[in-house]
Design a protein around this ligand. Structure first.
Ligand code: SF4
Ligand code: SF4
Length: 95
């Protein structure tokens, strides 16, 4: 554990691979559900085709790896690198 755990935290629990896809509808649920407030909704640099400046999630470095942001997204737009591309989601009926 002493040897493996620091490696695991650094390489397998890093929030860096988190990103959103074009399916994102800017609902903010991923940011609202994060228990560590590690996700902020930040405005795009450019307005979209309709002239609206939308907000999208940006992940910080304080992540517990709970995957709450991944599972709560209504559009399956939260991805963790390539590893979640073909994976399903669990929707908690009580949340
Ligand atoms: S929950 Fe999904 S659709 Fe909503 S802002 Fe986050 S990534 Fe976008
Ligand atoms: S995995 Fe959990 S702790 Fe990390 S950003 Fe997503 S909701 Fe927050």
């Amino acid at each position: 554990t002493k040897v493996i755990y620091p490696w695991f935290v650094r390489h397998a629990m890093s929030p860096k691979p988190f990103h959103y896809t074009k399916e994102c509808i800017s609902c903010g649920k991923c940011a609202a559900t994060c228990p560590l407030r590690n996700i902020s909704m930040q405005p795009d640099a450019q307005p979209d085709a309709s002239g609206r400046t939308r907000k999208h999630p940006v992940w910080g470095s304080d992540c517990a790896g709970c995957l709450g942001c991944y599972h709560i997204c209504p559009r399956h737009a939260v991805m963790y690198g390539k590893s979640t591309r073909k994976k399903g989601q669990y929707f908690n009926p009580f949340v």
